[in-house]
Ligand binder design. Sequence first.
Ligand code: CTP
Ligand code: CA
Length: 231
Amino acid sequence: AARRAGTGALHGKRVTISVGGTREALDPVRFLGNRSSGKQGMALAEAALAQGAHVSLVLAHAEVPPPAGCDVVRVESALDLREAVLAALPTTDVLVMAAAVADYRPAEVMDAKIKKGDGEDPVITLVRNPDVLRDAVLARAGRTGPLVIAGFAAETGDATADPVSHARAKLARKGCDFLVLNVVGSHLVFGQDTNEITILDARGTESAAIRGSKRTIADAVIAHAAGLLQD
Ligand code: CTP
Ligand code: CA
């Protein structure tokens, strides 16, 4: 609020943030969804606004409203979200993919409500959704101005690797500039107001753990993106 017009690390820059959880329709009244609250994405929007950016939200389903002063494009499914993100890219300087994008969608969407029958129980067949983050990275090739692209990843360790190794592999696969890694432990992250993250940069650096409110984390993520934009 103390910011003067014309100041801020992202003054005059355009930041696009995908927020919330996608919903994949089964029929006109049902969908497959996820528990993303949208709180981290909204905090990112506030952080970017505070740095003087022009902020566009590609908003899937969220439990909290967007902050005043953003442009908002509402989307439902992963395919809708992809279209909106790719449409925003040519005028975007920083893209943060904070949305929980469904990995799969029902192969068929019924035009009419699915009714219970006396026959066999229905089986839902799923097909892969496109990777929006990866597609944004591919769309960046051949562009003139700089574009910073960041993703989020919640990882656990397992028999094959620790969370950081999983996230490094994901960062390499996606080809974005950095990944915000949330190590998921015994406590659930979804819907909570505080968080702990590490920023893994494609240049090989790894930040110290950043702990605090979603806004604290958002400020760190936006500062990292602003730093890359200046390089
Ligand atoms: N993401 C995306 N499009 C998808 C799935 C994910 O753009 N279809 C983005 C998310 O917004 C997030 C990043 O990719 O910024 C990582 O999401 P995550 O689900 O961790 O990655 P996946 O590649 O789907 O890997 P996993 O098999 O672990 O779910
Ligand atoms: Ca996924």
